[in-house]
Design a protein around this ligand. Sequence first.
Ligand code: S3P
Length: 433
Amino acid sequence: MRVFKGEVTALPPDKSISHRAALIGALSEGTTEIMNFSAGFDNQSTLSVLKSAGITLRQEEVDGAYGRRIRRVVIESAGLWSFQPPPAPLMCNNSGSTMRMFAGILAAQPFASELIGDSSLMKRPMKRVADPLRQMGACVELSPSGTAPICIKGDKELKAINYRLPVPSAQVKSLVAFAALHADGESRIFEPVRSRDHTEVMLGLESFEQDGERVIVVPGRKGVAAKPFYIPADPSAACFIVALGLLAHGSEIMIRDVCLNPTRAAFLDILIEAGGALTIENQRVIGGETIGDILVQNHSSLEPLVISDHQAVAFIIDEIPMLAVLSAFATGRFELHNAAELRTKESDRIDALVVNLQRLGFDCEQYPDGFVVKGRRITPSGTVVIDSFDDHRIAMSFAIAGKATGCPIDISDIDVVGVSFPNFFDLLDSLQV
Ligand code: S3P
């Protein structure tokens, strides 16, 4: 039996906030200092495209809390129109956030640019990017299948927009907000289903509820003043450690300084509701984001998770793979509806979860917007080969199940964890008693 105990102080800095801090730094007038920037490949892709588009930035290691070395990024910019024509297509690698959010900025620059990615990113939907930017006056071309390459002829005279998000997507909301900062008046973004709100928090945008929707107000051409950012630990990475602690008998793990923004931490409420022994401690607010420590103990048994609420799905979209695998292993059951968006991520995550859970002996059925795990038919005797589908969250979800339960599994392309969690296996080893 494997037991995991200890304190986690080296969780990756939040991926979503790291992307935004770098992009907002590039849009700001002055010097932006970002403390605890993520070393994950996706966030490094954002720095790399910014550099290729003429932004001056440097990255160095400095002393941080708990005796750790952390990354400090310094960005110098003259504001909204400081970008230069890139000499070659901008390679976003696996990072959808880099491609989509940077497209919003490039749409407002008076030059042509092209965004490309790895084979997974080149398959992901980009019409949701092109539609609002075209309405604002930019020329945006996609491939016939509505995917990248995204070819942009930017327009310095972008028009303000009132835009209702057709899918709950914080990436699309953010790209519209970044473009709207350059527009000729006030823009409004309407969210029928809310998504993570880091962009609004970090830019200090006004937002309010109206007729059951969230409305975000973006002033045009007012400029953004540089300010420092501190990146808290990533709740989506914490979810893997939480699942490990809940699954592995006798475990007790304290996870420090995690971002507990309510638009990100809903997975904790869902797990507490299902009986998970989780305690949130030491809550405080830094830079507009709530931060705290999570104590996870393997004390109680979990109820099967059934997730169908649209808002819940939007708030836990990145945690669903881990929650599904956790629920399947802990209870034999799991049920998900209204989550078709999951098919548009780094892999088709509904299919990836079902294929791999079936290999592990679970009885599953998938449908367009979700899937159900009905029980476990057999417990395979030998090593099970899991296909990561080159998706970091699929790889880590099954790796946690293997570590926690001792079930022998072999995961393809395991290096993909570096997209968001480069120290994943070192951290697990450090917790194993
Ligand atoms: C993200 C938003 C979500 C999420 C992704 C990060 C962000 O994507 O899945 O990992 O930082 O805005 P969508 O905007 O496509 O929902």
